[in-house]
Design a protein around this ligand. Structure first.
Ligand code: ZN
Length: 311
């Protein structure tokens, strides 16, 4: 038995400054602010979601902005880098933009067949733009700051830093249903379903990687997508049968979630495509109000009073 995962759903990271985080991901990168909500386990903290116009699964980078939280250390046992898909030929635009805006970036490298530009958000989060030669049918995210011919299309993939890739690869290719798509140096690439941008999981076993530490500028977890509740229930049964510890189904309002830690140390989630971000506000005005799940709605006044103003 394997799950019916179709690719990445969202990736969640940690930031130390909510306003700076919003400016960077909306103005600098041109993503849409899809949802302003709260961390359901810590309602004094925002949970911010950035993505494409409709908030489609596979485009959503989310943040817990914990004010002043110390920096973490990217490394092994973590999702080490998060890659976005951009059109072929757009990297010179981004290089120039990063230079003008004084954003740290690295020289363009070639990875498999694609050019890759690595850069860092204000908390030091390692991000990549992959100018992929593969077809990416997803629409560019409309933005006042980034022209559509250079705009981000959504995730390309995630890179997991690992001391030993074998146990993680076994989970990916076993119960999760991924298959090996390529190998280069310390990097093995896995894909699933229809493949292509938005599906890739790269396992990086560079011995020079330090042990990762959670904190600002690191990834908290990686979520994979399944179509609906039934496929999530089936996926959970597969994980239980394979002997990994997995959470109960948790209702996150915009999707339902289960969580488990893969053997390399990275926290994985499986999230449903349904019901999506338009369940409590129209697509046209996503992200413009504080959205609370129904069970927190009766506490709206005190929750809003405890959050910093960010508009
Ligand atoms: Zn999540």
């Amino acid at each position: 038995m394997k799950t019916t995962i179709t690719g990445l759903h969202h990736i969640t990271a940690i930031s130390s400054d909510v306003r700076r985080n919003m400016r960077f991901f909306t103005s600098t990168l041109g993503l849409r602010f899809v949802k302003k909500s709260v961390n359901q386990d810590d309602t004094g903290t925002y949970h911010l979601y950035y993505g494409d116009y409709a908030g489609s699964p596979g485009t959503i980078l989310t943040f817990f902005p914990w004010a002043g939280v110390p920096r973490g250390r990217p490394g092994s046992g973590q999702a080490y880098a998060t890659a976005f898909s951009v059109p072929v030929g757009s990297l010179p635009y981004w290089q120039e933009r990063f230079k003008q805006l004084k954003i740290d970036s690295l020289p363009i490298e070639k990875r498999f067949e694609d050019a890759v530009l690595t850069f860092f958000d204000p908390d030091g989060l390692r991000l990549e733009l992959v100018a992929t030669k593969e077809t990416d049918p997803r629409l560019p995210t409309p933005s006042n700051d980034v022209p559509p011919e250079n705009a981000i299309r959504g995730f390309h993939g995630t890179t997991l830093g690992l001391i030993d890739a074998a146990p993680t690869a076994a989970v990916l290719t076993g119960m999760m249903g991924y298959h090996l798509a390529g190998q280069s140096g310390h990097r093995s690439r896995y894909t699933i379903g229809s493949s292509g941008p938005g599906t890739y999981v790269d396992l990086l076993t560079d011995p020079a990687l330090p042990r990762g530490l959670n904190g600002a500028g690191t990834i908290h977890h990686v979520a994979f997508r399944v179509p609906d509740d039934a496929s999530q229930t089936a996926a959970r049964a597969v994980i239980v049968k394979d002997g990994l510890s997995v959470s109960p189904v948790i209702d996150r309002a915009y999707f339902k979630s289960i969580y488990y830690r893969e053997p390399g140390g990275v926290l994985f989630e499986i999230a449903t495509d349904q019901p999506g971000f338009a369940i409590d506000e129209p697509v046209e005005t996503l992200g413009t109000k504080l959205s609370l799940p129904p069970h927190l709605e009766s506490h709206r006044a005190e929750i809003e009073a405890g959050l910093p103003a960010i508009d």
